[in-house]
Design a binder for this molecule. Structure first.
Ligand code: MNH
Length: 508
């Protein structure tokens, strides 16, 4: 697949290597045993680069570097360093490593666009209203009906006495949710025994993007020849699927004002510009991928922890009974009222932020926390799972699952920028409210309907394909017997109100 626009900045070639960008690299520790040429690859596992980095982080501290195949990378996770890098007047998103490897798939789509590419601002302005409160309220009935497909499926599994495949089913759920709410498209995921070919192709491209980082780039065409051919076929399949969706919409003459309608019809309020057909294709792929993979992982981790902590599940369930009462179909406003369920989700995202890293670059010569000089263009990878376990912020029990860390008082007492599962600044996640609404709704529905039991002997293992997912997680279900008597909702449980920018109204 050909790249369209790739000139990232006006900086000289090679400048972005840590050696040139960080004049005082000697202040940044690296692993003790370095192998000539290969670098810090001892004990590294190609399949789990993120978890390897977490191990190095524990050994080396809040800022460290790793060398792989002649390239040096700087990693950051200490809370004060991360907060400093959130300063939008000196730092911005860096499109590098895994994200840059997705350019052949997603091009200048919202997630993979370089900051300077005009299509970023254009698409952001055109699509942000698709994530407003009103838009979300519009998606709610569709989300609910997809969730009912899931509970129908789980009811059947339960009756058959089978354990459920959590990551598999959460992936079906979140893919159907984004494809139907955003694009009016039904992949029929719950009617299939095997994942939809779109999912297979998508997982293929994500895994390939991750693998590209594990081989020296000049050798990639040689070492990954078969995988590269496969990847090209995957991309072609994704493009074809999307083109058909767009074609169908054009022929039908418009949907109900969903994301696809916005992409096709909406002009920029100031410039009157609209997204080009090529860019629409990139955006559809971006949203189908970014809109389901990470939410599916978050739901899966949350269900794992709920099954492991019956007392937490019981408390969450009591809240659902109390807030939703007898209502069969919770209304849009009733979802944000599940405050404790939301804390369970936040706590899962703390331990396993399913998009586990984001990169930041200096937009001018500066000093990171006054200690580490950086030249313009120098960058670092922020390791959110480590930031979220920094004992200075989260205490000595940071590894423990405890949703009360997210009660309002605890949140207020923490410094800003200590919880960053959705990234930061102008390029933070546009789908944050969408994901939180969907996941809270689904957890509420599942808690209300089932008791969850872990598979005996299951130990959490985490697989990586740029995103994180609990591997092989299966749960046993029981139908709930009694439902607690519903109590009226108190005023203090009322959700926050008022329109907020879905991107900038975050905890930044
Ligand atoms: Mn999401 C950007 C995490 C759900 C669409 N998302 C990001 C970033 C993180 C992230 C982190 C910033 C990456 C970077 O700085 O390089 N996103 C998540 C998580 C979930 C999630 C943990 C679920 C949980 N994201 C969603 C959903 C959608 C979505 C749902 C769409 C419906 N995310 C995006 C897009 C971007 C993004 C689009 C790029 C935004 C931009 O750069 O303007």
């Amino acid at each position: 697949m050909a790249e369209t626009t790739t000139t990232p900045t006006a900086l000289p070639k090679g400048f972005r290597d840590a050696e040139q960008g960080w004049p005082h690299l000697d202040r940044i520790p690296h692993p003790p045993r370095r192998v000539p040429l290969l670098g810090d690859v001892l004990g590294a596992d190609r399949r789990t680069p993120l978890q390897d980095s977490l191990r190095f982080a524990r050994q080396l501290g809040p800022i460290f570097r790793r060398k792989a195949f002649g390239k040096e990378f700087v990693f950051v996770w200490g809370a004060d360093l991360v907060a400093d890098m959130a300063d939008e007047s000196r730092f911005a998103k860096h499109v590098g490593l895994g994200v840059a490897n997705l350019r052949p798939v997603a091009g200048d789509g919202l997630f993979t666009a370089y900051n300077h590419e005009p299509n970023w601002q254009l698409a952001h302005d055109v699509l942000a209203p698709g994530f407003s409160r009103e838009a979300m309220a519009g998606y709610h009935p569709m989300m609910l009906s997809v969730a009912e497909r899931l509970t129908d499926h789980w009811d059947r599994e339960l009756t058959a006495g089978r354990a459920v495949d959590v990551p598999g089913d959460m992936t079906k759920l979140t893919l159907e949710t984004i494809s139907r709410t955003g694009f009016g498209h039904d992949f029929g995921s719950f009617e299939r025994d095997r994942p939809h070919p779109f999912v297979t192709a998508m997982v293929g491209t994500l895994s390939y993007a991750q693998r590209l980082n594990s081989v020296p780039s000049p050798l990639a065409p040689l070492l990954l020849r078969t995988a590269t051919r496969r990847n090209e076929a995957d991309i072609a399949y994704l493009n074809r699927t999307v083109d058909e969706m767009v074609q169908a919409r054009r022929e039908s003459g418009g949907g109900d004002g969903d994301l696809l309608d916005r992409m096709l019809d909406t002009t920029h309020p100031d410039t009157g510009e609209r997204l080009s057909p090529e860019n629409v294709r990139r955006q559809v792929i971006t949203f189908l991928v970014a809109g389901h993979e990470t939410t599916s992982g978050s739901l899966s981790f949350a269900l794992h922890y709920l099954a492991r902590h019956p007392e937490i599940a019981a408390r969450a369930r009591a809240e659902v009974d109390q807030v939703w009462g007898e209502t069969q179909t919770p209304a849009y406003d009733q979802v944000a009222k599940l405050r404790y369920v939301r804390r369970v989700l936040d706590e899962s995202l703390r331990l396993w932020p399913t998009a586990p890293a984001y990169a930041r670059e200096a937009t001018r010569d500066t000093e990171l926390t006054g200690v580490h000089p950086m030249r313009r263009g120098a960058w670092a990878l922020i390791l959110t799972p480590m930031l979220h376990r920094d004992p200075e912020v989260w205490g000595a029990d940071a590894e423990e699952f405890d949703p009360d860390r997210f009660d309002a008082k605890a949140v207020r007492s923490r410094a800003p920028h200590t919880f960053k599962p959705f990234g930061t600044g102008a390029r933070a996640c546009i789908g944050r409210q969408f994901a939180l609404h969907e996941a809270t709704l689904v957890l509420g529905l599942l808690l209300r309907r089932y008791e969850l039991r872990p598979e005996p002997g299951y130990q959490l293992r985490v697989t990586e394909r740029l995103t994180l997912m609990p591997e092989g997680l299966r749960l046993h279900l029981d139908r709930r017997t009694a439902t607690a008597a519903p109590a009226p909702v108190t005023a203090s449980e009322e959700a926050r109100s008022g329109p907020r920018c879905p991107v900038h109204g975050t905890d930044d």
